[in-house]
Design a protein around this ligand. Structure first.
Ligand SMILES: [Mn+2]
Length: 237
């Protein structure tokens, strides 16, 4: 049966060899079986334009091989919002601006990474406003400095993770959901919170569903699949 795949929050880096290998295998499989793959952000643990690292090149090659067979779509996450045109050109991926509305097998869905839904995370929302400036800065900072920044961001985030688990990540709010919802409401797919679940909501008296994608960790990944008959399934691998 035909299906489309959604993944996010793989947080790939040189420190995740097992997940990188898993990504490689899954992209090969989906290249044969799936109609398309949507990467809904935080593909990389942090992205500072390091296209020369062998690990990044391997991941980009997996994407390029896939996109020669089937369409590959990317939405920015909060860790990899600097992925730009050159990356898309080299991987054959198409960058969608968030929130994106896509039509799949006759039904529309709202796609987003999910960070803009966490409106209570004030520090992050402030940072988010300066993303444009950062994108510009990236092009004038030399790669070796960008690497150092990336390493330090990664280290700090690891320390936070160990100290507090993922609980410190704020969750989505009603306000956040309403800010991107439509009338009549559409089912929504996002990641970011690392709290995989399917939620039932109502918006202006009408029901909709919200599918939260799992993050990839240790040696396990996960995806959401939408089949051509409209059935939705979660897959762990
Ligand atoms: Mn995220």
């Amino acid at each position: 049966m035909a299906y489309t795949v959604f993944i996010s929050d793989m947080h790939l880096s040189a420190e995740t060899p097992q997940l990188n290998q898993l990504f490689h295998q899954q992209m090969l499989l989906w290249g044969k079986e799936a109609d398309a793959v949507y990467l809904l952000g935080d593909i990389f643990d942090v992205w500072f334009g390091d296209e020369q690292s062998p690990v990044v090149r391997g991941i980009m090659q997996d994407m390029a091989n896939f996109s020669q067979q089937k369409p590959l779509y990317i939405l920015h996450g909060n860790r990899d919002f600097l992925l730009g045109k050159r990356f898309m050109r080299q991987t054959g991926a198409k960058l969608l601006s968030s929130p994106a509305i896509v039509d799949l097998y006759g039904k529309s869905y709202i796609l987003t990474h999910g960070d803009e839904l966490c409106t209570e995370d004030k520090n992050y929302q402030t940072f988010r406003r300066y993303r444009g400036v950062l994108s510009f800065l990236m092009w004038i900072i030399p790669l070796n400095i960008r690497r150092k920044i990336a390493t330090s961001i990664r280290k700090r985030s690891e320390q936070r993770k160990h100290a507090r688990g993922y609980d410190h990540l704020s969750d989505v709010t009603e306000n956040g959901l309403h800010s991107i919802q439509h009338n009549p409401p559409l089912d929504m797919i996002h990641g970011h919170t690392h709290r995989p679940a399917t939620h039932q909501h109502t918006f202006q008296g009408q029901a909709y569903q919200r599918f939260v994608l799992p993050d990839w960790k240790e040696a396990q990944g996960g995806s959401l699949k939408i089949f051509d008959n409209g059935k939705i399934e979660r897959d762990l691998f």
